[in-house]
Design a binder for this molecule. Sequence first.
Ligand SMILES: [Zn+2]
Ligand SMILES: [Zn+2]
Length: 335
Amino acid sequence: MQPCVKTVRPPWQGRAIIWLLVVPALAFSCALQPPDERVEEAVTGPKLVVLGTAQDGGFPHAACACVRCEAARLDPSVARLITSIALVDDSAAHRVLVDAGPDIRAQLEILQSAHRERPDRVDRSPVDGVMLTHAHLGHYTGLAFFGFEAVHTTDLPVWCSAPMADYLRGNGPWSQLVRIGNILLQEIEPFKPFEPLPGIEVTAVPVPHRDEYADTFGFLIKGARSTVFYAPDTDSWDHWPRPVTELLEKVDVAILDATFYSADELPGRRAEEIGHPLIAVTMDLLQPLVDSGRLQVWFTHMNHSNPVLGPDPAARNEVERRGFHIAEDGLEFPL
Ligand SMILES: [Zn+2]
Ligand SMILES: [Zn+2]
Protein backbone atom coordinates (compact mmCIF):
# COMPACT_ATOMS: atom_id res chain seq x y z
CA MET A 1 0.00 0.00 0.00
CA GLN A 2 1.34 3.40 -0.94
CA PRO A 3 1.27 6.33 1.47
CA CYS A 4 -1.03 9.16 0.51
CA VAL A 5 0.15 12.75 0.63
CA LYS A 6 -2.45 15.48 0.73
CA THR A 7 -2.47 19.25 0.91
CA VAL A 8 -4.72 21.79 2.54
CA ARG A 9 -4.51 25.53 2.86
CA PRO A 10 -4.35 26.31 6.59
CA PRO A 11 -6.60 29.09 7.83
CA TRP A 12 -3.75 31.14 9.25
CA GLN A 13 -1.72 31.52 6.07
CA GLY A 14 -3.49 31.75 2.76
CA ARG A 15 -0.58 30.88 0.53
CA ALA A 16 1.09 28.28 2.72
CA ILE A 17 0.68 24.61 1.94
CA ILE A 18 0.20 21.85 4.46
CA TRP A 19 1.25 18.44 3.24
CA LEU A 20 -0.49 15.71 5.07
CA LEU A 21 1.06 12.31 5.17
CA VAL A 22 -1.34 9.47 5.80
CA VAL A 23 0.51 6.28 6.69
CA PRO A 24 -0.52 2.86 5.40
CA ALA A 25 -2.02 1.98 8.78
CA LEU A 26 -4.99 4.18 7.94
CA ALA A 27 -8.05 2.53 6.56
CA PHE A 28 -7.68 3.73 3.00
CA SER A 29 -5.00 3.85 0.39
CA CYS A 30 -4.07 5.93 -2.57
CA ALA A 31 -1.12 6.38 -4.85
CA LEU A 32 1.38 9.15 -4.19
CA GLN A 33 0.04 12.11 -6.10
CA PRO A 34 1.80 15.16 -7.47
CA PRO A 35 1.27 18.28 -5.30
CA ASP A 36 -1.26 19.96 -7.60
CA GLU A 37 -3.56 16.93 -7.47
CA ARG A 38 -3.51 16.48 -3.72
CA VAL A 39 -6.77 16.51 -1.85
CA GLU A 40 -7.54 18.91 0.95
CA GLU A 41 -8.00 17.01 4.19
CA ALA A 42 -6.88 17.44 7.78
CA VAL A 43 -5.05 14.76 9.71
CA THR A 44 -7.24 13.67 12.59
CA GLY A 45 -6.04 12.23 15.87
CA PRO A 46 -2.55 12.64 17.30
CA LYS A 47 -0.12 14.17 14.83
CA LEU A 48 3.25 15.76 14.35
CA VAL A 49 3.05 19.27 12.86
CA VAL A 50 6.10 20.83 11.19
CA LEU A 51 6.31 24.46 12.34
CA GLY A 52 9.57 25.43 10.68
CA THR A 53 12.23 24.04 8.36
CA ALA A 54 14.99 26.67 8.12
CA GLN A 55 18.43 26.60 9.76
CA ASP A 56 18.92 28.71 12.90
CA GLY A 57 19.55 31.93 10.93
CA GLY A 58 16.11 31.75 9.26
CA PHE A 59 14.99 31.99 5.66
CA PRO A 60 15.43 34.68 4.51
CA HIS A 61 18.58 34.43 6.59
CA ALA A 62 19.32 37.35 8.89
CA ALA A 63 21.03 40.15 6.97
CA CYS A 64 21.66 38.06 3.84
CA ALA A 65 21.05 39.36 0.34
CA CYS A 66 21.79 36.18 -1.64
CA VAL A 67 19.46 35.26 -4.48
CA ARG A 68 17.47 32.78 -2.39
CA CYS A 69 17.04 35.14 0.57
CA GLU A 70 15.98 38.01 -1.69
CA ALA A 71 13.42 35.75 -3.36
CA ALA A 72 12.05 34.78 0.06
CA ARG A 73 11.79 38.45 1.01
CA LEU A 74 9.89 39.30 -2.17
CA ASP A 75 7.55 36.31 -1.86
CA PRO A 76 6.71 35.38 1.75
CA SER A 77 5.22 32.07 0.58
CA VAL A 78 8.81 31.02 -0.18
CA ALA A 79 10.07 32.02 3.28
CA ARG A 80 10.44 29.41 6.02
CA LEU A 81 10.33 29.61 9.79
CA ILE A 82 13.22 28.28 11.86
CA THR A 83 13.15 24.53 12.47
CA SER A 84 10.61 23.32 14.99
CA ILE A 85 7.83 20.76 15.27
CA ALA A 86 4.85 20.23 17.57
CA LEU A 87 3.15 17.08 18.81
CA VAL A 88 -0.57 17.78 18.72
CA ASP A 89 -3.61 15.86 19.84
CA ASP A 90 -6.63 18.09 19.40
CA SER A 91 -9.10 15.44 20.53
CA ALA A 92 -7.28 15.13 23.84
CA ALA A 93 -6.35 18.83 23.79
CA HIS A 94 -2.60 18.48 24.10
CA ARG A 95 0.20 20.33 22.33
CA VAL A 96 3.89 19.92 22.95
CA LEU A 97 6.47 22.05 21.17
CA VAL A 98 9.76 20.45 20.12
CA ASP A 99 12.41 23.18 20.21
CA ALA A 100 11.69 26.82 20.92
CA GLY A 101 13.60 29.02 18.49
CA PRO A 102 13.67 32.67 17.47
CA ASP A 103 10.47 32.26 15.39
CA ILE A 104 8.46 31.08 18.39
CA ARG A 105 5.99 33.99 18.27
CA ALA A 106 4.82 33.04 14.78
CA GLN A 107 4.84 29.35 15.69
CA LEU A 108 2.68 29.86 18.78
CA GLU A 109 0.29 31.86 16.58
CA ILE A 110 0.08 28.89 14.20
CA LEU A 111 -0.65 26.50 17.05
CA GLN A 112 -3.20 28.88 18.55
CA SER A 113 -5.11 29.55 15.34
CA ALA A 114 -4.91 26.17 13.62
CA HIS A 115 -5.31 23.94 16.63
CA ARG A 116 -7.57 25.86 18.92
CA GLU A 117 -10.13 23.10 19.36
CA ARG A 118 -9.54 23.22 23.09
CA PRO A 119 -12.39 25.00 24.81
CA ASP A 120 -10.60 25.07 28.15
CA ARG A 121 -7.42 26.51 26.64
CA VAL A 122 -6.72 29.55 28.74
CA ASP A 123 -4.65 32.56 28.02
CA ARG A 124 -1.01 32.16 29.06
CA SER A 125 -0.81 28.41 28.43
CA PRO A 126 -0.24 28.16 24.69
CA VAL A 127 1.36 24.72 24.90
CA ASP A 128 1.44 21.89 27.41
CA GLY A 129 5.21 21.54 27.35
CA VAL A 130 8.42 21.93 25.39
CA MET A 131 11.02 19.31 24.46
CA LEU A 132 14.49 20.62 23.66
CA THR A 133 17.08 19.09 21.35
CA HIS A 134 20.02 21.36 22.24
CA ALA A 135 21.40 24.75 23.25
CA HIS A 136 21.96 26.45 19.89
CA LEU A 137 20.36 29.71 18.75
CA GLY A 138 17.63 28.18 16.62
CA HIS A 139 16.49 25.58 19.14
CA TYR A 140 16.04 27.04 22.63
CA THR A 141 16.33 30.83 22.69
CA GLY A 142 12.57 31.20 22.13
CA LEU A 143 12.13 29.91 25.68
CA ALA A 144 12.61 33.55 26.71
CA PHE A 145 9.05 34.23 25.49
CA PHE A 146 7.65 32.01 28.24
CA GLY A 147 9.15 34.43 30.76
CA PHE A 148 7.91 37.37 32.73
CA GLU A 149 8.06 39.91 29.86
CA ALA A 150 5.91 37.88 27.47
CA VAL A 151 3.67 34.80 28.00
CA HIS A 152 4.60 34.33 31.68
CA THR A 153 3.67 30.66 31.92
CA THR A 154 3.36 28.77 35.17
CA ASP A 155 5.29 25.50 35.63
CA LEU A 156 5.47 24.79 31.90
CA PRO A 157 7.22 21.40 31.61
CA VAL A 158 10.48 21.60 29.66
CA TRP A 159 11.90 18.15 28.86
CA CYS A 160 15.63 18.18 28.22
CA SER A 161 18.88 16.39 29.05
CA ALA A 162 20.54 16.79 32.45
CA PRO A 163 23.39 18.94 31.01
CA MET A 164 20.84 21.14 29.22
CA ALA A 165 18.85 21.52 32.46
CA ASP A 166 22.06 22.46 34.31
CA TYR A 167 22.83 25.05 31.64
CA LEU A 168 19.34 26.59 31.88
CA ARG A 169 19.43 26.60 35.69
CA GLY A 170 22.87 28.16 35.79
CA ASN A 171 22.69 30.91 33.19
CA GLY A 172 20.51 33.96 32.80
CA PRO A 173 18.06 34.80 31.41
CA TRP A 174 16.99 31.13 31.47
CA SER A 175 17.70 30.79 35.19
CA GLN A 176 15.03 33.41 35.87
CA LEU A 177 12.41 31.27 34.10
CA VAL A 178 13.32 28.42 36.45
CA ARG A 179 13.54 30.57 39.56
CA ILE A 180 10.15 32.24 39.22
CA GLY A 181 8.47 29.05 38.02
CA ASN A 182 7.70 29.92 34.38
CA ILE A 183 9.20 26.60 33.38
CA LEU A 184 9.59 23.30 35.21
CA LEU A 185 12.65 21.39 34.06
CA GLN A 186 12.02 17.69 33.44
CA GLU A 187 15.34 15.92 32.97
CA ILE A 188 15.16 13.01 30.56
CA GLU A 189 17.62 10.18 30.23
CA PRO A 190 18.79 8.83 26.90
CA PHE A 191 16.94 5.74 25.72
CA LYS A 192 14.42 5.92 28.60
CA PRO A 193 10.94 6.45 27.10
CA PHE A 194 8.60 9.10 28.50
CA GLU A 195 5.13 10.37 27.56
CA PRO A 196 5.01 14.13 26.99
CA LEU A 197 1.38 13.72 25.96
CA PRO A 198 -0.91 10.74 26.53
CA GLY A 199 -0.40 7.91 24.07
CA ILE A 200 2.76 9.35 22.52
CA GLU A 201 5.97 7.71 23.70
CA VAL A 202 9.19 9.65 23.16
CA THR A 203 12.73 8.31 23.52
CA ALA A 204 15.70 10.68 23.53
CA VAL A 205 18.63 9.55 21.41
CA PRO A 206 22.05 11.20 21.99
CA VAL A 207 23.24 12.93 18.82
CA PRO A 208 26.85 14.00 18.14
CA HIS A 209 26.87 17.77 17.50
CA ARG A 210 28.83 20.88 18.48
CA ASP A 211 28.09 20.78 22.21
CA GLU A 212 29.46 24.09 23.50
CA TYR A 213 26.89 24.58 26.28
CA ALA A 214 25.13 21.23 26.63
CA ASP A 215 24.60 17.99 24.73
CA THR A 216 22.21 17.19 21.88
CA PHE A 217 19.24 14.86 21.53
CA GLY A 218 17.23 13.52 18.63
CA PHE A 219 13.76 12.23 19.46
CA LEU A 220 12.14 8.94 18.56
CA ILE A 221 8.41 9.70 18.63
CA LYS A 222 6.09 6.71 18.71
CA GLY A 223 2.33 6.87 18.31
CA ALA A 224 -0.26 4.18 17.60
CA ARG A 225 -0.04 4.83 13.85
CA SER A 226 3.60 5.59 13.16
CA THR A 227 7.07 6.14 14.59
CA VAL A 228 9.01 9.24 13.60
CA PHE A 229 12.68 10.01 14.26
CA TYR A 230 13.41 13.73 14.50
CA ALA A 231 17.04 14.91 14.36
CA PRO A 232 17.25 18.46 12.98
CA ASP A 233 20.89 19.03 13.90
CA THR A 234 23.69 16.46 13.89
CA ASP A 235 27.31 16.02 12.97
CA SER A 236 27.98 13.82 9.96
CA TRP A 237 26.66 10.26 10.21
CA ASP A 238 30.13 8.74 10.55
CA HIS A 239 30.45 10.50 13.92
CA TRP A 240 27.58 8.42 15.31
CA PRO A 241 28.77 5.68 17.70
CA ARG A 242 26.35 3.21 16.08
CA PRO A 243 25.13 3.37 12.48
CA VAL A 244 22.04 5.57 12.22
CA THR A 245 20.61 2.99 9.81
CA GLU A 246 20.15 0.58 12.76
CA LEU A 247 17.84 3.08 14.40
CA LEU A 248 16.07 4.04 11.19
CA GLU A 249 15.21 0.43 10.39
CA LYS A 250 12.65 0.67 13.21
CA VAL A 251 10.94 3.90 12.14
CA ASP A 252 8.41 4.87 9.47
CA VAL A 253 9.44 8.49 8.96
CA ALA A 254 12.75 10.28 9.55
CA ILE A 255 12.89 14.09 9.62
CA LEU A 256 16.59 14.84 9.35
CA ASP A 257 19.22 17.56 9.29
CA ALA A 258 19.63 18.85 5.74
CA THR A 259 21.56 22.04 6.48
CA PHE A 260 23.71 21.71 3.36
CA TYR A 261 23.20 19.87 0.08
CA SER A 262 26.86 19.62 -0.86
CA ALA A 263 30.28 21.00 0.03
CA ASP A 264 29.95 23.42 -2.92
CA GLU A 265 28.00 25.75 -0.60
CA LEU A 266 31.04 26.26 1.61
CA PRO A 267 33.95 27.37 -0.57
CA GLY A 268 37.29 26.66 1.07
CA ARG A 269 35.90 24.06 3.48
CA ARG A 270 36.52 20.36 2.95
CA ALA A 271 33.44 18.13 3.15
CA GLU A 272 34.79 16.32 6.23
CA GLU A 273 35.13 19.65 8.08
CA ILE A 274 31.44 20.49 7.68
CA GLY A 275 29.57 19.77 10.90
CA HIS A 276 26.46 18.38 9.25
CA PRO A 277 25.64 15.41 7.00
CA LEU A 278 25.29 16.65 3.43
CA ILE A 279 21.99 15.80 1.70
CA ALA A 280 23.88 14.00 -1.04
CA VAL A 281 25.65 11.82 1.56
CA THR A 282 22.45 11.12 3.51
CA MET A 283 20.70 10.00 0.32
CA ASP A 284 23.54 7.58 -0.48
CA LEU A 285 23.43 6.17 3.06
CA LEU A 286 19.67 5.78 3.29
CA GLN A 287 18.82 4.94 -0.33
CA PRO A 288 18.42 1.18 0.36
CA LEU A 289 15.96 1.84 3.22
CA VAL A 290 14.01 4.32 1.10
CA ASP A 291 14.00 1.98 -1.89
CA SER A 292 12.70 -0.86 0.29
CA GLY A 293 9.63 1.25 1.06
CA ARG A 294 10.16 0.85 4.82
CA LEU A 295 11.31 4.43 5.47
CA GLN A 296 10.28 7.91 4.38
CA VAL A 297 12.95 10.59 4.71
CA TRP A 298 12.01 14.27 4.92
CA PHE A 299 14.76 16.91 4.98
CA THR A 300 14.61 19.91 7.32
CA HIS A 301 16.83 22.63 8.87
CA MET A 302 17.90 23.91 5.42
CA ASN A 303 20.53 26.66 5.38
CA HIS A 304 19.79 29.62 3.08
CA SER A 305 22.67 28.47 0.87
CA ASN A 306 21.01 25.11 0.19
CA PRO A 307 20.08 24.76 -3.51
CA VAL A 308 16.95 22.76 -2.64
CA LEU A 309 15.52 26.19 -1.71
CA GLY A 310 15.79 27.26 -5.36
CA PRO A 311 15.74 29.08 -7.62
CA ASP A 312 17.13 26.32 -9.86
CA PRO A 313 14.88 23.26 -9.29
CA ALA A 314 17.64 20.76 -10.14
CA ALA A 315 18.66 19.87 -6.57
CA ARG A 316 15.10 19.53 -5.35
CA ASN A 317 14.19 17.45 -8.39
CA GLU A 318 17.13 15.14 -7.69
CA VAL A 319 16.01 14.67 -4.07
CA GLU A 320 12.50 13.78 -5.22
CA ARG A 321 13.72 11.58 -8.07
CA ARG A 322 15.58 9.47 -5.52
CA GLY A 323 12.44 9.09 -3.38
CA PHE A 324 13.39 11.57 -0.64
CA HIS A 325 11.38 14.68 0.36
CA ILE A 326 11.95 18.30 1.32
CA ALA A 327 9.87 19.14 4.40
CA GLU A 328 7.63 22.21 4.27
CA ASP A 329 6.30 24.39 7.06
CA GLY A 330 2.82 23.07 7.81
CA LEU A 331 3.49 19.44 6.96
CA GLU A 332 1.62 17.03 9.21
CA PHE A 333 2.23 13.37 10.03
CA PRO A 334 -0.24 11.11 11.85
CA LEU A 335 1.19 9.60 15.03
ZN1 LIG B 1 20.20 24.26 14.27
ZN1 LIG C 1 22.89 23.07 16.42
